[in-house]
Write a protein that binds this ligand. Structure first.
Ligand SMILES: Nc1ncnc2c1ncn2[C@@H]1O[C@H](COP(=O)(O)OP(=O)(O)OP(=O)(O)O)[C@@H](O)[C@H]1O
Ligand SMILES: [Mg+2]
Length: 247
């Protein structure tokens, strides 16, 4: 059994309070090892990282370097194999499933590399999924859903199913879904990978206005133009950060 050192573990009805510190995340010597048969894959291999409030970070690096694994770790989708991790000043290295789920759905907006839209739900219902913990009534939820779809130019497709959309349209819906719970931090894995220049510009403008609103943004990209928008670039290689121009 891992040592349960976090105060969060003892508080099932835990609600985050804003920390005084400007540090959103602090990671120390984080490792994530997968075992496939008798082979061990070190997807993250001793990574140290601090993310400050309001930062805009681009995570770059070759395929297989651990970018998505890092995003899943920051997004509380996946637990590190070892290492220390704090979020808003609280130790989250060993928190349980319930706390992780709550943090994920109340504090973080996540855009998956593969969109992860549910095929049987409409665009609007997909966008409303993160509100599962919210207490809004259905009319408020719908309004909220339409407002975020509008921000990505997809309100006219609210009743469509994901299969009836183009790849770029699905990507924009996935971005809308990440905004609906008004997160403090947005983690986006290749959010512009399927967009044409016009829509890429539109999404980058949207990210710009979210930053103005005080959101912290970390996105994975293979696109130099997108990476140049960021204030800080982190390059990953073999599960490690090998370059960080913000430090
Ligand atoms: N569930 C898993 N089981 C085993 N190995 C995995 C698993 N997920 C990822 N890996 C391995 O971990 C390494 C890092 O994967 P990751 O998906 O983080 O790379 P990435 O930098 O996001 O790549 P890409 O740019 O292609 O999306 C890869 O070598 C990958 O094969
Ligand atoms: Mg990836």
């Amino acid at each position: 059994m891992p040592k349960m050192s976090s105060r969060l573990v003892d508080r099932p009805s835990f609600e985050m309070t804003m920390s005084d510190s400007r540090t959103v995340f602090e990671l120390q010597d984080i490792r994530r090892t997968y075992q496939v048969g008798s082979e061990f894959v070190h997807a993250i291999d001793g990574l140290d990282l601090q993310i400050q409030d309001g930062e805009f970070i681009a995570v770059i690096g070759t395929s297989g370097s651990g970018k998505s694994t890092l995003m899943h770790t920051l997004g509380f989708m996946d637990s590190p194999t070892s290492g220390q991790m704090s979020f808003e000043g609280e130790d989250v290295s060993n928190i349980g499933r319930g706390v992780r789920a709550r943090l994920r759905s109340t504090r973080i907006g996540f855009v998956f590399q593969s969109y992860n839209l549910l095929p049987k739900l409409s665009v609007l219902d997909n966008v409303l999924l993160p509100l599962i913990y919210g207490r809004q009534n259905s009319i408020n939820k719908k309004e909220l859903g339409y407002s975020v779809l509008k921000r990505v130019g997809m309100e006219h497709r609210a009743s469509h199913r994901p299969s009836q959309l183009s790849g770029g349209e699905r990507q924009r819906v996935a971005i809308a879904r990440s905004l609906v719970n008004k997160p403090r931090l947005i983690l986006a894995d290749e959010p512009t990978g399927n967009l044409d220049t016009k829509n890429r510009g539109r999404i980058m403008d949207l990210f710009g206005s979210l930053l103005d609103e005080g959101i912290t943004l970390a996105l994975v990209t293979h696109d130099d133009v997108v990476a140049q928008y960021a204030q800080r670039r982190i390059r990953m290689q073999d599960g490690k950060i090998v370059e960080d121009d913000g430090r």
